[in-house]
Design a protein around this ligand. Sequence first.
Ligand code: UD1
Length: 356
Amino acid sequence: MSLKTICTVMGARPQFIKAAPVSRALGTSFREILVHTGQHYDYGMSDVFFQEMEMRPPDFNLGAGGGTHGEQTGRMLVEIEKILDSVKPDYVLVYGDTNSTLAGALAAAKAQIPLAHVEAGLRSYNRAMPEEINRVLTDHVSSLLFCPTDAAVENLSKEGITKGVHRVGDVMYDALLYNLASARKRSTILDSLGLEKGSYALATVHRAANTDDPARMTAILNALGLLPTRVIFPAHPRTRKMIREAGLSVSSNVVMVEPVGHFDVLILQENANCILTDSGGMQKEAYLLGVRCITLREETEWVETVEADWNKLTGVDGNAIRSAFDGWHPAGERPALYGDGQAAEKIFQILSGNVL
Ligand code: UD1
């Protein structure tokens, strides 16, 4: 019997991290074709993750990064359609909520190839976020919906999606369990930045709602500048560009560095006194590592972390950020919100047809 073919479409930093454990689980039981859309293309945003995750190079690289959302998604769609036409996979597999996710989903739906969505069912209920549009549309054309949390299953059910829905846990947790040991052995980031455990906060900002609004970006930089701690700030290209173009100033306690690889970011998170971010992945990693997280947004898809009191939603309000930083230290338990670290294995079993 010939192997079933899965076409994995990815293109942005967190997708390389999420795809790695699933690719390992698929192993040689499937023929997996890797399509990199090229949404992220810098060494520090892409190649370093393939090296650290020990992923083989993609079979196709579409070079479709940059441009407006429509141009970017459209270019990807045209190219993915050609690949699906020649490869004729049994499934298309997409991750998360980026433009690469949506392009893969639309290409699969139009070619009538079953679509499997990892990280299905997440909602911020904020339609101004491009990610929200991407994830809602992707879920509505998926045949298999792999949900990380109970809340995600409920969100889908509210939209009438109950068929093909599997609560498998979060592949980011699988990734974290796998990568943390290597990160502890290999990362030298603390030494190279002269940091000790608990002596600094870690901040990242890349959401368009923050980076593309000078008033919000200014409010974030001011709040970071007033924290009574050193703040390590690996800046996404989008963020760096905004700071440069708007001529925003960065206080001396804020150490802006290039984006770091996954091993380094895990070590920076594990040893921080606080994480301040608008990233979705880092809100969960903070929880899993037992580090408090201040989320620089008004809403989150990862509501469980807030309910468990490990995450505070402050938006960009300087007073709220400062009072959370000074006065809030989660003492609570950390229940297993994101599964048992075997999400990729469950996905493999379902794709293999062993679970209905
Ligand atoms: C994308 C995703 C977001 C995800 C994030 C992870 C969408 C709509 N957003 O946002 O959900 O959380 O990735 O990082 O898909 N750029 C570079 N070098 C790169 C990559 C990007 O300079 O390697 C520049 C681009 O040219 C662009 C900007 O950064 O000007 C933003 O890139 P974009 O592809 O829009 O996505 P992200 O902001 O990274």
